[in-house]
Ligand binder design. Structure first.
Ligand code: ADP
Length: 258
C-alpha cells in the first residue's frame, strides 16, 4: 500500500494540539503550535535544528510543561496549560504516548528484557509473567529474541535503538513519539531502525516522528509538518511538501538538505 492509500482521512482524531507555547527563560521556543493526529496516521515533523521539534514531542509526552495552549486526547478532557496541570492530566499524558529517544536511554545495568518489562511492571502494574511474555514476543518481532539476557553495551547501536522501540511498544501507547531515532547511529545502522518504524507504520500504529531522514518522511508519512522558529510553517502530504512547497522557508530548508 502506498502512504496515500493508507491515509486514514476519516479516522477519529487521536490528538489535538492547539496554540502550544513554551519559553525557556527569554527564549520563546514554541510560539503557538497547532496540529492534530488521526488514529493510524504517521505525522513527521521536519525543520531546522533549534526550531522546536523536540520540545513539541516532549510537551506531548508530559516531559515539558507548555506555558499555554491545549492538548486533547480522544475521549479525555482538554488539558489547558494556562492553568496548573493536575496530577491526573500528567498521568493521562504519560499513559497516552511513549517516546523513543535519539539516544536509546536504556538502563545500562539492566538486561534487554529487564529494560523492556520495567515500565509495564513498575508503572502499569502488569503481572510479571504477562509482561515477560509480551516483551519476548516484541523482541522476537524485531529480530532480537536471542539478545534478551544481554546488556545494552553488548549490542550494536541499531540493536539498542530497536530495543528502545520495543520498550515503547511494550507500554501499549495510543501514540508513539520518535525523536530523531536514527540521528545518533552510524550510517550503516540507520536502515534497520527505519525498517522497523516503517513496519509499525504499516501495521497502523499512530506516530509522530521528528526526523532528518527526508526519504523516510517521503515514504512513510501521511502528513509532513515543517517547523521553523517555533511555529508550523507548512503542512501537507509528502509529495506536496517535497515537490511543490508553498512557503519560501520550506523551499530554502529543502534546498539545503536535499
Ligand atoms: P529541534 O528539535 O528543532 O532541534 P529543540 O526543541 O530541541 O529544537 O530546541 C528548540 C530551542 O529550545 C533551542 O534553542 C534549544 O536550545 C532550546 N531548549 C530546548 N530545551 C531546553 C531546555 N530544557 N532548557 C533551555 N533551553 C532549551
Amino acid at each position: 500500500m502506498s502512504p496515500i492509500d493508507r491515509r486514514p482521512t476519516d479516522a477519529a482524531v487521536l490528538l489535538s494540539a492547539r496554540g502550544i507555547r513554551k519559553s525557556f527563560g527569554a527564549n520563546e521556543v514554541l510560539r503557538g503550535v497547532d496540529f492534530s493526529v488521526r488514529r493510524g496516521e504517521v505525522v513527521t515533523l521536519i525543520g531546522p535544528s533549534g526550531s522546536g521539534k523536540t520540545t513539541v514531542l516532549r510537551a506531548l509526552n508530559g516531559l515539558e510543561t507548555p506555558d499555554g495552549g491545549e492538548l486533547e486526547f480522544d475521549g479525555g478532557p482538554t488539558i489547558d496549560f494556562s492553568r496548573p496541570v493536575s496530577k491526573g492530566d500528567r498521568i493521562a499524558m504519560r499513559d497516552r504516548s511513549a517516546m523513543v529517544f535519539q539516544h536509546h536511554n536504556l538502563f545500562p545495568h539492566m538486561t534487554v528484557l529487564e529494560n523492556v518489562v520495567e515500565g509495564p511492571i513498575r508503572v502499569q502494574r502488569v503481572p510479571k509473567a504477562e509482561a515477560i511474555a509480551a516483551a519476548e514476543a516484541l523482541l522476537d518481532r524485531v529480530g532480537l529474541a536471542e539478545k534478551r539476557d544481554q546488556y545494552p553495551f553488548q549490542l550494536s547501536g541499531g540493536q539498542q535503538q530497536r530495543v528502545g522501540i520495543v520498550r515503547a511498544l511494550a507500554l501499549k501507547p495510543d501514540l508513539l513519539l520518535f525523536d530523531e531515532p536514527t540521528s545518533a547511529l552510524d550510517p550503516e545502522l540507520v536502515g534497520e531502525v527505519l525498517h522497523v518504524i516503517k513496519e509499525l507504520a504499516d501495521e497502523g500504529w499512530t506516530m509522530v516522528v521528528v526526523t532528518h531522514e527526508l526519504a523516510f518522511a517521503r515514504q512513510a508519512a501521511d502528513e509532513v509538518l515543517f517547523m521553523d522558529g517555533g511555529v508550523i510553517v507548512e503542512r501537507g502530504a509528502p509529495r506536496d511538501i517535497f515537490t511543490n512547497p508553498r512557503e519560501e522557508r520550506t523551499r530554502r530548508f529543502l534546498d539545503r538538505i536535499l
